[in-house]
Ligand binder design. Structure first.
Ligand code: MEV
Length: 323
């Protein structure tokens, strides 16, 4: 095959952020806003990248030099993904890759892991290498670590597997949960969080005060395990309580911000079962789990608190070939 079109979902972490960096579990759900890539072969042995959403146009590099020299920021994940796939499966042919996203990369929906999963899934289809989801996860997670140095890999698992997944650091466990759909209202704070630096700040806090942070992470672990049962039982009221407690613990870690707190508070007062930040904190999004009859009121309350409502459905399909 000379051409392939592939897409992967964005994600929202439901519970367990930060603790999941330290050998603890989290639960992540894929959302129906997707990132897609068109991949086609080129005669010349070069990689050409167009990624207008992140300001990359007509970037090109010889296949032999992938991963070395200057790499344009917006091209990093695609370039390293191709390098790692080619290294693992001994290919050298030229490629053109264009990416496009239905969601802004500032939302914290995981555009880097989605684009990486797209490249791996797309190349495996195009070059006729049958890879399992696990193999696509492993190659994609290696790429994300090569590119940014930190990360538990939960976002990669979500892009590859889709649905709602119980995940332990580095993919020690990747357990897709068989669940009914639930109603999540998502509010964007308008502030872009720098995940890598927040993860670093938390590591510094943990170094200074290991007992406190480890106690919090152990409690988050317990919450995530109980939340998993609540999700499988469709006990949304219980799940909401666990989300609220997780938010308290994340506040103790110091990663929430006033804007998120206000949006979360507004959602709870308007009848959400529970609400919390989703992701690294410091900005990005908050989520509110809602009974159906409260959705409209919760949306209005979050908007009134100056949040931007992002209309997404949860539990979306993982990386897939479109044509
Ligand atoms: C960021 O979205 C979630 C963190 O747990 C980092 C990670 O798991 O890679 C803070």
């Amino acid at each position: 095959m000379k051409e392939v079109s592939v897409s992967a979902p964005g994600k929202l972490i439901l519970l367990g952020e930060h603790a999941v960096v330290y050998d603890k579990p989290c639960i992540v759900t894929a959302v129906d806003q997707r990132l897609s890539c068109e991949i086609s072969s080129l005669e010349k042995r070069i990689l050409e990248i167009n990624a207008p959403d992140v300001g990359v146009s007509n970037y090109s590099k010889s296949i032999e030099e992938l991963g070395s020299g200057d790499i344009e920021k917006g091209a990093m994940f695609i370039e390293l993904a191709v390098r790692n796939f080619y290294k693992a499966h001994s290919f050298k042919s030229g490629l053109r890759i264009s990416s496009r996203s239905e969601f802004k990369h500032t939302f914290g929906f995981g555009s880097s892991s989605a684009v990486t999963a797209c490249v791996m899934k797309g190349l495996s289809e195009m070059l006729g290498i049958k890879l399992t989801e696990r193999e696509i996860f492993d190659l994609s997670y290696k790429t994300v670590l090569d590119a940014q140095g930190v990360g538990s890999g939960f976002d990669v698992a979500s892009a590859v597997y889709g649905g709602t997944v119980y995940f332990v650091t580095s993919g020690k466990k990747i357990e897709p949960l068989n669940i009914k759909n639930f109603n999540l209202v998502v509010g964007y704070s308008g502030e872009k969080a720098d995940t890598a630096s927040i993860v670093k700040e938390v590591a510094e806090k943990r170094e200074k005060n290991p007992e406190k942070i480890d106690r919090i992470f152990s409690e988050i672990e317990e919450l995530v395990d109980r939340a998993k049962e609540a999700i499988v039982d469709s006990n949304w009221e219980k799940l909401g309580l666990f989300m609220n407690r997780d938010q308290e613990l994340l506040t103790e870690v110091g990663v929430s911000i006033k804007k998120l707190d206000e949006m979360i508070d507004a959602a709870r007062k308007s009848g959400a079962y529970g609400a919390k930040l989703s992701g690294a904190g410091g900005g990005d999004c908050m989520i509110a789990l809602c009974p159906p009859e409260k959705i409209a009121g919760v949306k209005t309350a979050i908007s009134d608190a100056d949040g931007e409502i992002l209309d997404v459905k949860v539990n979306a399909e993982g990386a897939r070939i479109e044509k």
